[in-house]
Design a protein around this ligand. Structure first.
Ligand code: ADP
Ligand code: MG
Ligand code: ZN
Length: 485
């Protein structure tokens, strides 16, 4: 019988922090920009240039560490990780090895309805490297140091995950926490969240860890899943053939759906780590830590419960609206302003998420004025605009933040509420259509719909069908349109 294997996975995740400036200098962290324009002597590794820690980086590290239930090293330090590579102008990366800012935490999340806890081994602050651009046409490589010195947090888990599904759930939860805290936008495609997957297999029931490989270059959840499945199979095949898994770093090529050995796995000792003599140790006061603990935001679970209790939302709706803090904030503001929380939830979830998808945007990118949506929802509820038109206006709010009432007026979408005009239209229609009235009187009820249509036409569509119905019924009452029974 074939042997049963268990997959064991630990993750090293890098998140790029959304500070305005770099970790050790005042250069901008903005993505893009002409190559080598966001640079200075510090982040290009000029001799004699001295780094100074950006306080925001420590603050973000502490915030995330608290959210990940970590112990905090209130005395921590930076170390030099020495290696040569052209994107690394100092020939060392400033990182933390001996005293990382946070350690021994955990992250909990749900996988197929079951609660899963993954222990966090440690989390440290470090600087990002520059970017090499390989120009195959010119047969040369170019280097852009704009990213050099952008702050990163590296979050190292214990090898507690067993399936790709758990890994994705872990990454999603981590991303949500970072976004709720506002410490990183965590976009895998843009590289502001990067996951290295360490994976080994072992015979089911065995307590000893197998030899692992590390896979880099995973820039989507799909790639993470494929890489895990591919590597698991590769290792099981080796073991079944009584061959050895080599501890190495592999590159996953998602197009070819295969991984390649890049280099044998280096050890900490290969990097000749030592404390960076240019930087002071970081001392975190009790007061600062306490203040940060108090400032922790309401995270998804609590907020979801509050949305259910306060606004009467379903579990499902509350779950979707709280997936992004920004979306949850928008919902809450619009719900309070409009006084129609359930309608607000519907508009945001059904129309809002549909439009976002069409525009290829994420909820984080919604930037309209909440009052505008609130006013539109109220107009719909007052019967001042047809639903189909309201959808168009909503699209305009999302795309261009238009003011809805003005827009409705301008485009003739505002339903005339003036009863005088409506009554006059009804009277005219009855006068102009004696035959239809006659038929209706003799019992042909279908004709009523025709009359409604005629009135709508006269009102150029700017009347609420419900109101027109009412007005015609009133006419019936006042003997203009008595049906003979
Ligand atoms: P290094 O410092 O060489 O990167 P670490 O011991 O710090 O190695 O581990 C890095 C990551 O690899 C961690 O997330 C850890 O959980 C994971 N890991 C370590 N050993 C194994 C293993 N045998 N199988 C799967 N993952 C592992
Ligand atoms: Mg490592
Ligand atoms: Zn700089």
């Amino acid at each position: 019988m074939a042997k049963q294997y268990e997959t064991v996975i630990g993750l090293e995740v890098h998140v790029e922090l959304s500070t305005k400036t770099k970790i050790f200098c005042g250069c901008s962290t903005k993505f893009g920009g002409r190559p080598n324009t966001h640079t200075c002597p510090v982040c290009t590794g000029m001799p004699g240039a001295l780094p100074v820690l950006n306080r925001k980086v420590a603050e973000y590290a502490l915030k995330l560490g608290i959210a990940l239930n970590c112990e905090i090293n209130q005395y921590c330090r930076f170390d030099r990780k020495n290696y040569f590579y052209p994107d690394n102008p100092q020939n060392y990366q400033i990182s933390q090895l001996y005293l990382p800012v946070c350690h021994d935490g955990f992250l909990e999340f749900f996988v197929s309805g079951e609660k899963k806890r993954v222990r966090i081994h440690e989390m440290h602050m470090e600087e990002d490297a520059g970017k090499l651009i390989h120009d195959e046409w010119e047969d040369s490589s170019l280097v852009d140091y704009n990213r050099s010195g952008v702050p990163l947090l590296e979050i190292v888990s214990e090898p507690d995950m067993r399936t790709a599904e758990e890994v994705i759930a872990y990454l999603e939860k981590l991303r949500m926490i970072c976004r709720y805290l506002g410490v990183s936008d965590c976009r895998l495609q843009e590289g502001s969240m990067r996951a290295d997957v360490n994976l080994s297999v072992r015979e089911a029931g065995s307590k000893k860890l197998g030899i692992r490989t590390e896979m880099k270059n995973l820039n989507s959840f799909k790639a993470v899943t494929h890489a895990i499945e591919g590597e698991r199979e590769r290792q099981i095949e080796l073991l079944n053939e009584h061959r050895e898994v080599v501890q190495e770093t592999r590159r996953w090529d998602d197009n070819k759906e295969a991984s390649y050995g890049m280099r044998s796995k280096e050890d900490a000792k290969d990097y000749r780590y030592f404390p960076d003599p240019d930087l002071q140790p970081v001392v975190i006061s009790d007061e600062w830590l306490e203040a940060l603990r108090r400032e922790q935001p309401e995270f998804q679970e609590e907020r979801k419960q509050r949305f259910r209790d306060t606004y009467g939302l379903s579990e499902y709706d509350a779950g979707i609206l709280t997936q992004s803090r920004h979306l949850a904030d928008l919902f809450e503001t619009v719900a309070d302003l409009s006084g129609f929380p359930k309608k607000t939830a519907n508009w945001l979830m059904v129309e809002g998420l549909r439009i976002l998808k069409e525009m290829g945007m994420e909820p984080e990118e919604l930037s309209f004025t909440p009052e505008h949506l609130a006013v539109l929802i109220q107009a719909v509820e007052r019967g001042e605009i047809h639903h189909a038109n309201a959808r168009l206006v909503f699209e305009q709010i999302l795309e261009a933040d238009v003011e809805p009432l003005g827009f409705m007026e301008e485009h003739g979408m505002r339903i005339v509420m003036d009863d005088g005009a409506l009554t006059a239209a009804v009277e005219e229609v009855l006068k102009e259509n004696p035959k239809a009235v006659e038929e209706y009187r003799s019992g042909k009820e279908k004709v009523f719909g025709f009359l409604v249509g005629q009135v709508m036409k006269k009102m150029k569509g700017k009347a609420d069908p419900g109101k027109v119905n009412e007005a015609l019924k009133k006419a019936e009452d006042s003997l203009l349109l008595i049906r003979q029974r």
